[in-house]
Ligand binder design. Structure first.
Ligand code: F6R
Length: 366
């Protein structure tokens, strides 16, 4: 059942190219130029009436929602807020019939996410669900459902469900932009083409597993470390940090790189590992200056950049290079080495990778 892999998590990491292809599937037109989302029942008028988007989810799905915020805002210029469901449901969020609420849930059964969905509907909002389980509670109660075709996810640590949620956000963002006319068709087809290249690029990252394993073995002897990044790299840093905590039990924190000097820099000491994501061209120089700040205080920096970038190697201790894509699509690549990093760190520590202590796959009680 593990198809020759030692753990479900590793199998599911390797299933990502297929999960990307299946999730895009028939949702891209035959010419490869635009997105077709027949599962969205909103009329063009209804789409034009959206004044704000709320993305609500828990855990890893929340981290996908943070990427979703940037994607939807960039493509449509509609303001988007992303919130943790257990906070959202109790804070009297300002929901009107002009709010579109997007709930994200692999299982479709998470109690807080379901409660947030109901709160949204009570206030007259339309709800779109992004879920991996057809017929789940969230799928049944939402107005529109975008299924992520990742297939069953068994490992407690979510991998292919998260990346399929990213693909769903790219498709949905493009779909909204097409309806609203906020992006021209040449840009849309450029993004669509880049999306279709992602599965092969993930394969290329998976082929570098040995390099990542080496980094994982180095960090596995530490009890604290940091992930830093800016923009979309920060959103992915949060996910990388959660993954590492939940299965390796190493304490880690993800920090928006520019925030370090407002307090957390005090924790940087000789030898502490820092994983620095620097895949976003327009923020690259800024991230490099933050890397220099932690280096100057003795951190051992593992840098992550995209092919074609040649400066990072000069400022970090070790560099991992992944294939290049549009900056907007980078999270769908950059998270993959972080998934492998946490997998191999957990393995090096002798933990039960697929069933980490204290955690359940589906959280149906609040
Ligand atoms: C982390 C993880 C959890 C889930 C969260 C939400 O790897 O799996 O953080 O993402 O419990 O679950 P779903 O997506 O089923 O609502």
């Amino acid at each position: 059942e593990k198809a020759g892999f030692d753990h479900f998590m590793l199998k599911e990491i390797h299933e990502q190219p297929k999960a990307y292809r299946d999730t895009m599937g028939a949702r891209i037109d035959a010419a490869g130029k635009k997105v077709v989302l027949n599962e969205i029942g909103m009329t063009p008028e209804q789409i034009r009436s959206i004044r704000q988007v709320h993305i609500v989810a828990c855990g890893t799905a929340y981290h996908a929602g943070l990427v979703g915020k940037t994607v939807i805002e960039k493509l449509t210029r509609i303001p988007v807020e992303t919130d943790v469901a257990s906070e959202y449901r109790y804070r009297s969020p300002i929901i009107t019939p002009e709010t579109l609420v997007v709930v994200v849930s692999q299982s479709g059964e998470t109690a807080d996410t379901l409660a947030a969905l109901r709160e949204a509907k009570r206030n007259g909002a339309r709800v779109v669900a992004i879920t991996n389980v057809v017929g789940s509670s969230v799928a049944r109660e939402a107005d529109d459902v975008i299924v992520t075709w990742a297939g069953p996810e068994i490992a407690v640590a979510s991998t292919k469900a998260y990346t399929s949620q990213l693909i769903a956000f790219y498709l949905f963002g493009l779909y909204l932009a097409q309806s609203l006319g906020t992006q021209d068709s040449s840009y849309i087809s450029e993004v669509v083409a880049a999306l279709q290249e992602l599965p092969n690029k993930v394969e290329a990252i998976l082929a570098q597993a040995d390099t990542i394993k080496n980094a994982a073995e180095q960090i596995s002897t530490h009890n604290n470390l940091f992930f830093i990044g800016r923009g979309l790299d920060y959103a992915v840093a949060l996910e990388g940090s959660l993954k590492l905590k939940e299965i390796s039990y190493i304490h880690s924190e993800a920090y928006a790189a520019g925030e370090l000097k407002h307090g957390t820099l005090a924790l940087i000491e000789e030898g502490i590992p820092v994983i620095a994501l620097a895949t976003q061209e327009d923020l690259f120089e800024k991230t490099v200056s933050n890397i220099k700040e932690v280096k100057a205080r003795g951190a051992h920096v593992f840098g992550l950049n995209a092919e074609g970038e040649t400066e990072l190697v000069k400022v970090v201790d070790e560099v991992l290079t992944i294939p290049a894509t549009l900056p907007l699509l980078m999270p769908a690549l950059s998270v993959v080495p972080l998934q492998l990093l946490s997998y191999y760190a957990s393995l090096a520590r002798g933990n039960d990778v697929d069933k980490p202590r204290n955690l359940a796959k589906s959280v149906t009680v609040e």
